[in-house]
Design a protein around this ligand. Sequence first.
Ligand code: LLP
Length: 419
Amino acid sequence: MDHFQYRDGVLHAEDIPLPRIAEEIGTPVYVYSRATLERHAQVFRDALKDVPKKHIAFAIKCNPNLGVLRVLARQGYGADVVSGGELERAIAAGMAAEDIVFSGVGKTRAELALGLDRGIGQFNIEHEAEGVALAQIALAKEMTARAVLRVNPDVDAGTHAKISTGKAENKFGVGIDVAPEIFGRLAALPGLQMRGIALHIGSQLTSLDPLEAAFERAGRLVADLRAAGHSITHVDLGGGLGVPYRPDDDPPSPAEYGAMVARVTRDWDVTLLFEPGRVIAGNTGVLLTEVLWVKPGATNPFVIVDAAMNDLARPALYDAYHDFVAVKPTGEKMTASIVGPVCETGDTFARDRAIDAVEAGDLAVFRTAGAYGATMASTYNSRSLVPEVLVDGDRYIVVADRIAAGTIMAAERVPDWIE
Ligand code: LLP
């Protein structure tokens, strides 16, 4: 359920008609709904009601906007971060350092040190050398790093290859078969408190089966580690729950996910950590765009919009589907390809799709753009960096400015020795 609804034939974000935002801020622009974000945060937490000890760390890579993070911080969410930049954002947004989990396969020594200095709650170690480095850095600071070992459960998540992370051939975590030895060696290091394991098998999962298979493997590993004398108090189950992108998509609900987790982990006696991203933020945002031109094509017309692959990269990167609807639909339909102005055929949002009939000057939105949308934007083709707006009832505010192409250019220089 979201708060992007038609009122008197005009699409609104909560109580704000989208044409008002287009008029005052310009397009393209991301529009987020605070009420939707809060609702999703509550629904996910309620879904875990049968998990006695838990901590939810929003995967901020999917939407690191400070305004968005502040809303979630007020909901009691912590953060799953994957870089020093994300770590500083989470803290700037008001998240408590101990509620921050640091994931990521290529953390630098400087980033590990930053995590220690800021006092974060947990490091998710991806391989042995990283754990050794963390122990050394912590020891030098006379600190102890709380850490878990990320394991690769070798499960096929059944999602797009570019966002699958839990197969043996993926770069993430250590093989579950070698995990006990590596865990044993790391647990013996001063400076490290190895307290559990982590896993994350992929994103936009539309079945619970691979998650359940992975969690069962994790449960067996917890038992093995305990049998070897280790104290296991934390297991991080990652994120990955899918969201509906198409009107007829029917991914598992947070409640179904929560029930499965509660059942599989019933006897684990650990604190469970969760790193949801898309399921919280995906449907809290739309990308608002204006139709620039409708150009005849060989078969169907091209609807050329002012948003492009640099603003919303998912269709170009993963052939992802984002629903496209007119802000003021007439009831007429057309079949068209939706494309942006960037000079690549990959700058295509949809091919030969039945959509609301639109003409030049009309406004439309790409739905389900609140996760992995603005955060993946670039300035390719010297376009501006897309702005973001947060709506709250009948008010809204620009939570990220449009960064003009000229501002980007101003950060460049021409060496005088070229002359
Ligand atoms: N935890 C870890 C360690 C992750 O790597 C990720 C996502 C998450 C949690 C959150 O996953 P979620 O709940 O959002 O599925 N750019 C791609 C998605 C990349 C996901 C990367 N990792 C896309 O647009 O589909």
